[in-house]
Design a binder for this molecule. Structure first.
Ligand SMILES: NC(=O)c1ccc[n+]([C@@H]2O[C@H](COP(=O)([O-])OP(=O)(O)OC[C@H]3O[C@@H](n4cnc5c(N)ncnc54)[C@H](OP(=O)(O)O)[C@@H]3O)[C@@H](O)[C@H]2O)c1
Length: 341
């Protein structure tokens, strides 16, 4: 293992769709290297390694985490495998960035986080939105009183995951794919609902009250979910998520003295506007280049590791646990359980 993490040598576990986007954004970074990749299929690993210039390609996840030169493992498999693959990497002594949702449920998250803490190894939930400069700025602005006392958040994240028929019900594109397949913990809530829950909790902390309602689809996972969160002191979160429709993908925090809008798509933002009472609206832009945004998450992991941290101050492990607890409560309310539970 390198001491300075310069470059930080990434090991990619599960070279699927998101691992390619991560590779696209991280490969150009001068102080990072896509160093190794592990797939269940060595030919697939080799193809990914060639694409991103990785010197090592392995035909198993075990070989990947055993490579002594891998500094950090990016767990990019579907949700039900996050626990197993994160534990595999942690037990090999590797720092881990695990894709969202962190796990399928709170019990799994508790097990993984307890292990990271016992082993004293870095672990972070890959909620990449939190690492975008503009979302960090939004948090700072709200905390500094730019809109007065924050009272409410409205946020949505939905997209059309398949074709709809005449009465609006979804005709599934791929019932076996991870979006709709219960065996892969499908549904809107765990795929994109986790973003709005995480955002609301970033501004307001852990909710005291939760109320939710869902429409289920043909594969028996949630395709539309509405969520109300009640926070200490009476602040509210009004959130919705969908696999049936493309939502506006906007987030607005409303306070006693104005509102802050993170413009669409809020989860990888390029602009926000503060509308403070009695002032001209102020728009802040970040037309970042050099990737779609995974560079911010990778750079944040590198900063944490170089500082010797075992968890991220942007997404603490306690916060990850609190988010998983909220998701569990919502799933109980809407009646969503998975075959692996
Ligand atoms: N941050 C974001 O913006 C974002 C966006 C999309 C997805 N994600 C998250 O990233 C994770 C992966 O999503 P994805 O869309 O990249 O998934 P995917 O392409 O369907 O699968 C990723 C990889 O997981 C591995 N895998 C291991 N066991 C598997 C199994 N039983 N079934 C299917 N694949 C299996 C496969 O790699 P090998 O066959 O090569 O071993 C596969 O290529 C999800 O948890 C998702 O929530 C995050």
């Amino acid at each position: 293992m390198s001491n300075e993490y310069s470059p930080l040598k990434w090991g990619i576990l599960g070279p699927g769709s998101i691992a390619n986007r991560f590779g696209d954004d991280v490969k150009p970074l001068s102080d990072h290297q896509i160093y190794a990749v592990g797939s269940r299929d060595v030919a697939k690993a080799t193809k990914y390694a060639e694409k991103y210039g990785a010197p090592k390609a392995y035909g198993s996840y075990e070989e990947l985490v055993s490579d002594p030169d891998v500094d950090a493992v990016y767990v990019a498999t579907p949700h039900p495998y996050h626990k197993e693959h994160t534990l595999l990497a942690l037990r090999a002594g590797k720092a881990v960035l695990c894709e969202k949702p962190f796990t399928v449920n709170l019990a799994e998250a508790e097990e993984v986080i307890a292990e990271a803490r016992a082993l004293n190894v870095f672990l972070m939930e890959g909620m990449w939105s939190r690492c975008f400069p503009l979302l960090r700025k939004a948090k700072e602005l709200v905390a500094s009183g730019a809109i007065g006392k924050p009272r409410l958040i409205e946020a949505d994240f939905g997209f059309k995951g398949g074709d709809t028929d005449e009465d609006g019900a979804l005709k599934l594109g791929n019932p076996d794919g991870r979006l709709f397949n219960p065996a892969l913990a499908g549904g809107a809530l765990l795929d994109v609902g986790v973003y709005v829950v995480s955002l609301a909790q970033m501004f307001f902390g852990t909710p005291e009250k939760i109320a939710s309602l869902s429409t289920f689809g043909k594969t028996n996972v949630d395709e539309n979910t509405g969520i109300l969160l009640g926070f200490a002191g009476g602040a509210l979160g009004v959130l919705h998520t969908s696999l049936q429709v493309n939502t506006a993908q906007k987030a607005t925090v409303l306070g006693s003295n104005g509102r802050l809008e993170v413009h669409s798509p809020w989860w990888c933002p390029k602009s926000l506007t503060v509308y403070a009472s009695g002032k001209e609206p102020e728009t802040i832009k970040d037309e970042f280049t050099g990737g779609s945004g995974f560079q911010f998450e990778a750079q944040h992991v590198a900063e944490c590791l170089r500082a010797g941290l075992k968890e991220s101050p942007l997404i603490t492990l306690d916060e990850t646990l609190a988010i998983m607890k909220t998701l569990d409560t919502i799933r109980t309310q809407i009646g969503l359980t998975y075959p692996m539970e």
